[in-house]
Design a protein around this ligand. Sequence first.
Ligand code: ATP
Length: 247
Amino acid sequence: MRDQAPVLLRGVSYAYGEGELRRPVLRAVDLTVGPGEIVLLTGPSGSGKTTLLTLIGALRAMQEGSAAVLGRELMGADEAARVALRRRIGFIFQHHNLLGFLTARQNVAMALELDPALRERERLARAGAMLEAVGLGAHADRVPAQLSGGQRQRVAVARALAGSPGLVLADEPTAALDRASGGEVVRLLRDLARSRGVPILMVTHDPRILDIADRVVALEDGRIVAAHAGAADRGGPPPLSAAAARG
Ligand SMILES: Nc1ncnc2c1ncn2[C@@H]1O[C@H](COP(=O)(O)OP(=O)(O)OP(=O)(O)O)[C@@H](O)[C@H]1O
C-alpha cells in the first residue's frame, strides 16, 4: 500500500542560499499522501509549506532525502523528468493564473493540449463538460475579467482536473476569496477529486476549510510537528491536542 502512495517523502531537507547565507527551510520531512486521500498542510507563515509543495510538484530540484511522486523518484531527477511529472499533476494557486485573453473554455482546454490524441474540437468539448461540472457551463465563453473571484477559482479547479491528473496540488486556493466562495470552491474541488479518486495536497491558512480533509498535517520551522485525522474522517472538528505525527 505504501509503495502505491501517490506521494511518499522521506527525510526531505531543503535550504535556500549558499555558504554563510544558507538558510534551511525544510528539515527531514516525512510525508505520505495515500491514494485518493485529501491532506491539508498548515503552519505559520515561513514554515516551509510552499517550498514543500513546489518540491513535490517537481517545480524545483530536490537537495536531500527521497520523494517518490506518482511512482517517480525526484531526487536526482533531471529537468526533462520533472517536466514529464508536472504534466501529470493538476496545480491550483492562490491567484487563479488564468490567461486573461482566453475564455474560460479555452483556458481549461489548454490543460488538454498535451494530449496529442485529442483534436481541438474535442478538447473544447471536454473543457465545456468540465466547466459544467463546476457549475460554470453558462459562463464558458467569458474571459476571466468577466467572472467573479470565486468563479475564476472554479475555472482553475476545472483546468486542474481536466487533464485527469494523478495528483492535485493546491497552494492557498481560498486566500483571495471571501468566506462563502472560498468554502464553495474547496468543497467543489473535494467532491470532484473524490469522485475521480484523485488525491489532493493543499496548503492552507484557512481554518474554515479544515473539515474537508482526511488528514491535517502541521509544519513548523521546516518540521512536521503534528498530524491528525481531519473532520472528513470523524464527522467533527479537529482535536485541540494533536496526535503524534504520522508519516
Ligand atoms: N526563493 C527563495 N529564496 C530565499 N528564501 C526563500 C525563497 N522562497 C522562500 N524563502 C524563505 O523560505 C522560508 C519558507 O518559505 P515558504 O514560502 O516555503 O513558507 P510558507 O510556509 O509557504 O509561508 P507562507 O505561509 O507565508 O506562504 C521563508 O522564510 C521564506 O522567506
